[in-house]
Design a binder for this molecule. Structure first.
Ligand code: BG6
Length: 513
């Protein structure tokens, strides 16, 4: 509809285009605790720059770093600049950098230091005046969980968690959110002692990935997949998150935690939830959480965990032409460690849609290559009019959501081999982001930091989901703790033999992506 001049009226224009207009954060600032850590350097700082470069941050945006370092504001800005130059997704532009750097401040201190929190408060108030941040600040806790309680209590004690009239304060909490159900509940209590649920944003960066959001588009914007998305057609689902890297410099975090707590409890169960849930009534946070939670509540572990779960630990091997050490020889690892660097778990979903369809989840460090995918594998045709020899090269139909690195979707089906005989073989039909779209995908952290500043909670798990996910995993961890050691596997391979046997017993096999 347009006005007399033929130009659409402003409101109508906004209504019609709302979702395509860039979402730009209003006046605001971000305080990062743990600003000297790896995550901050590799992901958070570059994401802030990328947002600024895309014009999605307000002109007065301010970034405050808090850490135990003897730095001036300029030293901090230099650290951010180096991180941005090394890790940002978008090109470096001096004018964008200059504007961003003007809003950077550093507060030196440890977490239980009242004076440092006093300085932080003064810094924020000064930024409000100088840069017009409007009292709107998000506090990003990129710190080990043992410091969460101290940091949130300090925020409360110094009045930083209370938003001044007409403004907002938010807490962003990085995983791991606890290491089992009990510790997660305790943490939630601590956080809720200071912040309201609507102020808390828990990060699961997989939800910020384009391809993960595309699961919803694929399923609910199309008609051709959903009719098949159930126990009548699906044989099983495999969710794989394979990494080629080892644990690098993260021994302190990883040892004693292991692969299942590190990524199955969060990333993989979230992927399962999005793949298996019912259509939400809308895409707002409440409706999404409701559906995710419903399906997570229907998830059941098989009775015999010895037969249906496997954990592994990598030994020395070759990767990318280089010799790499085994897990127990990595720096900082207890040589007796029983920590899993590989985990495979079978789950069932007790509802009408999925009864009897196993979901196999697996993850590992130092596997054959880096790949994350969700493969929905379909049943074979109930009857085949072809000769058995004609179809011996025909596998099961599959739809594979390629989360990374080669983002896209593949459909695998049988096709006649050209020639006179009726020979049928698997072929694939591919959608690749790189070929269909010109824009490159934003990094997950760009999306998530922007959402925090906008107060958009859709892509952040709620505490019920986090707790339910621990409830699913805890019995597996307990079982493993009580039964022997992880199975060894050679670095650069696809995990322990026991994982292959686990699927073989079910008459299936893992995909080799
Ligand atoms: C993190 C895990 O959540 O995800 C890491 O703690 C893992 O162990 C990382 O390496 C993988 O993230 P991505 O985005 O590279 O798949």
């Amino acid at each position: 509809m347009s006005g007399e001049s033929g130009v659409p009226s402003v409101n109508l224009l906004r209504d019609a285009q709302d979702r395509r207009l860039p979402r730009i954060a209003g006046p605001s600032g971000l305080v990062i605790f743990g600003v000297t850590g790896d995550l901050s350097r590799k992901k958070l700082m570059p994401a802030v720059y990328d947002l600024a470069n895309r014009g999605l941050l307000p002109p007065g945006f301010s970034l405050v770093g808090f850490a135990r370092r003897d730095w001036e504001h300029e030293d901090f800005a230099q650290v951010v600049r180096d991180a941005v130059r090394e890790h940002a997704r978008t090109p470096f532009r001096e004018e964008v950098w200059e504007q961003l750097a003007q809003g950077m401040r550093f507060v030196p201190g440890v977490f239980d230091d009242d004076e440092a929190f006093g300085t932080l408060k003064n810094t924020i108030e000064a930024l409000d005046k100088e840069r017009g941040t409007g009292g709107n600040f998000a506090f990003y806790l990129s710190v080990p969980p043992k410091f969460f309680p101290t940091v949130v209590q300090q925020l409360k004690k110094h009045g930083l968690s209370d938003a001044p009239e007409g403004s907002w304060r938010r807490a962003v909490v990085e995983k791991p959110f606890g290491h089992d159900l009990k510790s997660a509940q305790e943490l939630n209590q601590v956080v809720y002692g200071v912040f309201r649920a609507s102020q808390v944003f828990r990060i699961d960066h997989y939800l910020g990935k384009e391809t993960v959001q595309n699961i919803l588009a694929l399923r609910f914007a199309n008609t051709m997949f959903e009719p098949l998305w159930n126990r009548s057609y699906v044989d099983h689902v495999q969710i794989t998150m394979a990494e080629d890297i080892g644990i690098g410099g993260r021994a302190g975090y990883y040892d004693g935690i292991g692969s299942a707590r590190d990524v199955i409890q969060n990333h993989l169960l979230q992927l399962l939830a999005l793949t298996a849930m019912e259509e939400p009534s809308s895409f707002d946070a409440k409706a999404l959480v409701q559906e995710k939670l419903k399906v997570l509540n229907a998830v059941r572990l098989p009775d015999d965990l010895g037969l249906h779960t496997v954990r592994g630990q990598y030994t020395a091997g070759w990767q990318g032409g280089e010799k790499v050490p085994g897990y127990l020889d990595e720096e900082g690892i207890n040589p007796q460690s029983k920590t899993d660097t590989y985990a495979a778990i079978k789950l069932e979903i007790d509802n009408r849609r999925w009864a009897g369809v196993p979901f196999y989840l697996r993850t590992g460090k130092r596997l054959g290559r880096r790949v994350t995918e969700i493969a929905v594998v379909f049943q074979r045709a109930p009857y085949s009019p072809f000769n058995a020899t004609d179809t011996q090269e025909l596998g099961q139909n599959a739809l594979v959501i390629r989360v990374q690195p080669d983002e896209g979707v593949t459909i695998r089906f049988g096709s006649k081999v050209p020639g006179t005989s009726m020979e049928i073989r698997d072929v694939t039909m591919d959608f690749a982001y790189g070929e269909s779209f010109t824009e490159s995908s934003p990094e997950a952290y760009e999306r998530l930091i922007l959402d925090v500043l906008l107060g958009d909670a859709n892509l952040f798990p709620r505490h019920q989901e986090v707790e339910r996910s621990w409830e699913i995993l805890d019995p597996v961890e307990e079982y493993w703790e009580a039964h022997g050691r992880p199975e060894p596997y050679v670095a650069g391979t696809w995990g322990p033999k026991a994982a292959d046997e686990m699927l073989k017993r079910d008459g299936r096999s893992w995909r080799r992506p």
